[in-house]
Every structure is written in structure tokens, then in C-alpha cells.
Design a binder for this molecule. Structure first.
Ligand code: NI
Length: 268
């Protein structure tokens, strides 16, 4: 499996599950734009069998290396980002994990139980990052209960391992070359922006500005019925050069903190 195969497979799953993200992609390409990925992101739990170290393995094997580390106190998350050592066109990979110990016994036991359901061979497989909800059909009651404590936990419980979002590199766009223009274009096409902390997260001075649309609702099968809940979202990032003229390549924790909320439940 080449790196290109990996991203194609993640993209295919992402757009199949969330038809609206394909619509966003098509909006830009129909305007003659080339859509490049700034980064893609995964979510997981800090459990030894599925944590960041486990999910990042396949990328390390393909020439990636660990770069920045980020702490999100309020959401009880820790994250790392990875970059390809030589291929500068390869998207950054951002992987976060939930500090389960900070949560209730119910949450911790639920995580233990779902991870325990997965055969060892699947956990050690390079296919883990594509496996989605590898622990089987979720139940709606547990989903709701998890959501009371952590929207993030509820999302991972339902969707498992897959791209949580792709991110359009605004630096790679021609006509929509600022984050303001991108956001306006999305709103003109009736996409709902994540406005937590403002539609634009970060400043030019911080060298990274980000925005995202709220995850579309999709129908998910639970053991006790089909419910419409937020799926995956699309993000947009514009990077600025530092004093040495090099584009900033890291992430800004307080911006990412708000971007995480793009999968929060909202009424349609
Ligand atoms: Ni992101």
C-alpha cells in the first residue's frame, strides 16, 4: 500500500459516509481550484491498544515523523502531529486521544469494553486506520450518555478509526486565496460554519488561520434504531510564513480546541 493508496482509501470512506464533504470538494474544483490537503485528522482513546502510538505506526512506516505535541486541558485531549520527512506535498497527520482517566467510570468501562471486543490481529493490522467502528454496532443510550461527558468520546464510540476530517489548504487555492473568501463561499452555498470562538480560528500573527463547517447529520444504525447525528466535517487552513520565510507547519492548541467542536451535536 503506497501513501497515495492510504489517502485515497481514507478519502473514499470519508466521502461515502459524508456525501456533503464531496459537495464541498466539488464546489472548489468546479471553480477550477486544485484541492490540496493541509492535514487529515484521527481521533482515538488513550488505551494502550489503540492510542496515538498505535494509529501513527502505519504513517511512520511510510516515512512520517512526529513533530508537534498539543494539550487540550478543558477537553481532556492530547494530540501529536506528524509530517512526512521528504515528501512536502504529503498532508500532515494530526492524531488526538482522549484522556479517559479524567472521566467517569462509565466512560472508562465503555472504552475498555469496546477495545476488548476487537481481535488482537485487527488491532495490530495496518488496516486499523480504515476500520471505522471496529467494535460493532453502537447503542444509542451509551452514545447519549457519553455525549453528556464528552462529545469527542461519543464520536469515537460511534465512528471509530477513519479520517475525522480532511483539510483544504487555502495556500493551494487561486481564486479563494483567503480564509475570508473561503468562508463566504461556503456560506453562500449554505454550509453551516463552526462559529465557536469566531468563524476564523487563529490570527496571521500566529501564522495559522483555520475554519470548518459543522459536521453534517447522517443516519447511523444503532442497536436500538437509526438516528441522525453529526458525522465528519471539512476544515480549511491558511498558513503564513515565519521570520525566515518558511510557512508555519504546526498547529495552535487554542484554535484546534474550538475546531474539535465541529462534531458537537446540534439541532438541524
Ligand atoms: Ni484539523
Amino acid at each position: 500500500m503506497t501513501l497515495e493508496d492510504i489517502f485515497n482509501r481514507l478519502w473514499s470512506d470519508y466521502t461515502t459516509l459524508n456525501p456533503s464533504v464531496q459537495n464541498v470538494y466539488d464546489l472548489f474544483t468546479n471553480e477550477g481550484e486544485t484541492v490540496l490537503n493541509d492535514h487529515i485528522a484521527f481521533r482515538t482513546f488513550d488505551h494502550d491498544k489503540v492510542n496515538i502510538d498505535v494509529l501513527s505506526r502505519v504513517f511512520l512506516e511510510k516515512g512520517y515523523e512526529a513533530k508537534g505535541q498539543y494539550v487540550f486541558e478543558e477537553k481532556h485531549l492530547f494530540a501529536k502531529h506528524f509530517e512526512h520527512k521528504t515528501d512536502k506535498s504529503a498532508p500532515r497527520v494530526f492524531i488526538s486521544q482522549l484522556k479517559t482517566k479524567d472521566f467517569s467510570r462509565f466512560l472508562q468501562e465503555t472504552v475498555e469494553a469496546v477495545v476488548d471486543k476487537v481481535p488482537e490481529k485487527d488491532l495490530n493490522s495496518d488496516n486499523l486506520i480504515f476500520s471505522g467502528n471496529i467494535w460493532g454496532t453502537p447503542d444509542y443510550k451509551s452514545y447519549l450518555k457519553l455525549r453528556e461527558e464528552s462529545e469527542y468520546a461519543a464520536w469515537v464510540y460511534v465512528y471509530g478509526f477513519r479520517a475525522n476530517h480532511f483539510t483544504v489548504s487555502i495556500n493551494g487555492l487561486k481564486k479563494y486565496d483567503t480564509i475570508e473568501k473561503v468562508n463566504q463561499f461556503l456560506k453562500d452555498n449554505e454550509f453551516l460554519m463552526n462559529s465557536s470562538g469566531g468563524e476564523i480560528k487563529g490570527t496571521k500573527e500566529e501564522l495559522l488561520q483555520q475554519s470548518s463547517i459543522m459536521a453534517n447529520h447522517i443516519n447511523v444504525e444503532f442497536t436500538d434504531g437509526v438516528y441522525s447525528i453529526p458525522g465528519c466535517y471539512y476544515e480549511f487552513a491558511q498558513r503564513y510564513p515565519d521570520k525566515n520565510g518558511e510557512l508555519y507547519s504546526g498547529f495552535i492548541a487554542k484554535s484546534a480546541d474550538k475546531i474539535f467542536e465541529s462534531t458537537n451535536y446540534y439541532k438541524k
